[in-house]
Write a protein that binds this ligand. Structure first.
Ligand code: PLP
Length: 368
């Protein structure tokens, strides 16, 4: 059996260090914010080549608080990818604004910068690109357009820990960059976690206040904040894992290179396209399969775990039924949803197991 992702293996590789880090927090008696969170925030900002980091409860809160910190709310519109996980859209809805979808570039599956301008209205306040699957979105044309039209740029980096765009780490290209440390992400906690990074001290300060009941001084509340604080136990675990992130990303890249080389001649499989300016984090290895259902079934029968990211785009979910963005209105996102298939990739997938996945796919291609 080849699991889609083996989270237990990540813990086992670092067990002595992780156990010691957890014990250190338990012994310290400091269980909310404090030195472990501050230490991780400093390390994560530095890793992301950003000036500031604020640790939060999860990735959705990171996106939501980023929008709040930019005073985006009721009556505003935010441009989002039609091809993304629903959290990107929900953050916009959470602040009372309207998500306005823009279709992907069919080669990269990321938001197509050339289609954004047509979606801008007098109400548009921000563009929210997602670095989907760990592939950086094409940021330069987005930043240029935002500058020209007076818009903010909030990045959803929940899948792109360590990715680089034109040589610079994802972390501070836009106004705010939002991270998730959900266990299955490339840098994953042992529960929920999130953060923002930014070069703007005022934005970092506002989010630091918002995450803690709108308070910077105990029992003094300057605005209606929320409770979304990175847990110190998770911060301590993340600090341990961060020291291994680059090595783990390299292992992912080696598997991706093998898949790209060995699957290039396999009929019925479309491989990910990587622009020359992109250094992906390979959170997911997403192929397009001509006959996705049959391919997935045969992989399952051969003991290979796969997933679909994502089977239904946000505009087709019941949650957005009222939004008036009907079926067929985002045809590229809908086509991708019918064809994408995520192959196993992760720092603990053995190269022999990746080779086995390749052999199964070759066999499927020869016998269908
Ligand atoms: C995981 C994810 C999120 C949400 O992160 P949580 O920590 O689960 O709230 C947001 N956007 C994308 C693209 C994600 O993959």
């Amino acid at each position: 059996m080849i699991p889609f992702l083996d989270l237990g293996a990540a813990y086992r590789e670092l067990k002595p260090e992780i156990d010691a880090a957890v014990a250190r927090v338990l012994e310290s008696g400091w269980y909310i914010l404090g030195p472990e969170v501050e230490s991780f925030e400093g390390q994560w900002a530095q890793y992301c080549e950003a000036q500031h980091c604020v640790g939060l409860g999860n990735g959705l809160d990171a996106l939501t608080l980023a929008l709040r910190a930019l005073d985006i709310g009721e009556g505003d519109e935010v441009i989002v990818p039609s091809n993304t996980y629903i959290a990107t859209w929900l953050a916009v809805s959470n602040v009372g604004a309207v998500p306005v979808p823009v279709e992907p570039d069919p080669a990269t599956h990321n938001i197509d910068p050339a289609r954004i301008e047509a979606a801008i209205t007098a109400r548009t306040r921000a563009i929210l690109p997602v670095h989907l699957y760990g592939q950086p979105a094409d940021l330069d044309p987005i930043l240029r357009l935002a500058e020209d039209r007076g818009l903010r740029v909030v990045e959803d980096a929940a899948q792109s820990h360590g990715a680089r765009y034109k040589g610079k780490r994802i972390g501070a290209h836009g106004d705010v960059v939002c991270w998730s440390f959900y266990p299955g992400k490339n840098l994953g906690a042992l529960g929920d976690g999130g953060a923002i990074t930014t070069d703007d001290p005022a934005i970092a300060d506002r989010i630091r206040v918002l995450r803690n009941y709108g308070s910077r001084e105990k029992y003094v509340n300057e605005e209606k904040g929320t409770n979304s604080r990175l847990d110190p136990i998770q911060a301590a675990v993340l600090s341990v894992k961060l020291a291994h992130l680059d090595e783990w990303t390299q292992r992912r890249a080696r598997i991706a290179a093998l898949y790209r080389q060995e699957l290039s001649q396999v009929s019925g499989i479309g491989l990910p396209f990587v622009p020359n300016w992109a250094e992906p984090a390979w959170h997911l290895f997403v192929v397009r399969a001509a006959d996705r259902e049959a391919t997935q079934k045969r992989l399952t029968d051969a003991g290979v775990g796969t997933l679909i990211h994502y089977p239904l785009p946000p505009h087709r979910q019941q949650a957005y039924a009222e939004a008036g963005i009907g079926p067929g209105s985002q045809p590229l996102a809908e086509t991708l949803a019918g064809e994408v298939l995520s192959l196993p990739i992760g720092p603990h997938l053995a190269m022999e197991d990746a080779q086995h996945v390749i052999e199964v796919l070759r066999e499927i291609a020869q016998t269908s």
